[in-house]
Each structure stands twice: as C-alpha cells, then as structure tokens.
Design a protein around this ligand. Structure first.
Ligand SMILES: CN1CCN(c2cc(NC3CC3)nc(N)n2)CC1
Length: 157
C-alpha cells in the first residue's frame, strides 16, 4: 500500500465536541474533526496544528494536543492506505470560525450527527468519548460501505 498520513483534531469540553461541516473537497457535507494532509516538510503534530488554524482559526499548543487514536483505511481495488492520526485538545486559543473549508459547530456528546459523518465514526467514537486510546483499521468498498473493520483499545502509548 501507498501510505498517506492525515491529521484529525477534535476540540472538546466537558459537555460538547467541536465538529466542522466540510464545505468542499474530500468528505464534502460531512461533519468531522479538523485536519488534512501532512506535508513532507512538517511533523504530524505541526500539520495538525496548522490544519486546525487554517480550517477554523483556532490555535493550540503542541503540549495541549493529545494523541488519542490511530485509524487506517483501505479501499477495495485501490492501492492507497489512508493513515489518520487522531488528536484532541481541551485547551486552545481563539473562537472557532467558519472558513471556506469548514463550518464549525459544538455538539453535545449525546447529539453527535453520525448519519452525516463518515460511517466509521460511529464505530470508533465510543473510544474517544470514553477517553480510551484506540487503533482501528477499516476496509471500505467505495466511500459508503465498510466491508470489514477491527478497532481495539491500546493499553499504553
Ligand atoms: C483529512 N481527512 C481527515 C479525516 N479523514 C477521515 C476519514 C474517515 N474515513 C475514511 C473512509 C474515508 N473518517 C473520518 N472521521 N475522517 C480523512 C482525511
């Protein structure tokens, strides 16, 4: 597989999680965390911080960004492996603001719009919500159907 690394950042507080409605490109019209590609000249963490700022004008310090999960996606008949590094933060600066890319909105944990999110999210979100470090692999057929998957809690880092 040709592995491509992506970032995915969730801002959280005690009662809510910040999601963004994707306004263009991959994942159009789906709610998701904030993220994008990792460029060759940057670390994964720096990419996560850059994408968060670009997509919703929020700044987070490296030390406040916690790695909470690792997701790998393959697609029937395609040779790419989408390697998504998932982070969360509860300390940040700035007010989440709409950009050309994303329209941000806070959701109560019991009101997460899974029907308007990637199908895998309802499978691994429970680990995020329980603050468990998780690793998941998903094999898709197209972009709507999960042929098989495995998600497990990672005990240590
Ligand atoms: C830059 N983005 C970040 C998020 N990301 C995905 C993918 C995904 N499922 C894969 C079948 C597509 N599920 C979530 N929640 N996020 C893709 C790349």
């Amino acid at each position: 597989y040709l592995r491509k690394i992506y970032t995915l950042v969730f801002l959280r507080n005690e009662t809510q999680i910040l999601l963004g409605l994707k306004k263009r490109g991959f994942g159009l019209n789906k709610w998701n965390g904030f993220g994008g590609k990792v460029e060759h000249n940057e670390s994964i963490i720096d990419a996560a911080i850059r994408e968060l700022r670009e997509e919703c004008c929020v700044d987070v310090n490296k030390s406040d960004l916690k790695n909470i999960g690792h997701l790998e996606f393959t697609f029937e008949g395609e040779s790419i492996l989408m390697d998504v590094r998932v982070f969360s933060a509860s300390v940040y600066e700035g007010v989440p603001t709409e950009t050309e890319e994303m329209a941000p909105k806070w959701f109560k944990y019991e009101e997460i719009p899974f029907d308007d999110m990637w199908p895998d999210d309802r499978i691994w979100f429970p680990y995020l919500l329980k603050n468990k470090l998780f690793y998941g692999i998903f094999h898709y057929k197209g972009y709507d159907t999960i042929l098989n998957y495995e998600v497990k809690e990672l005990k240590c880092m």
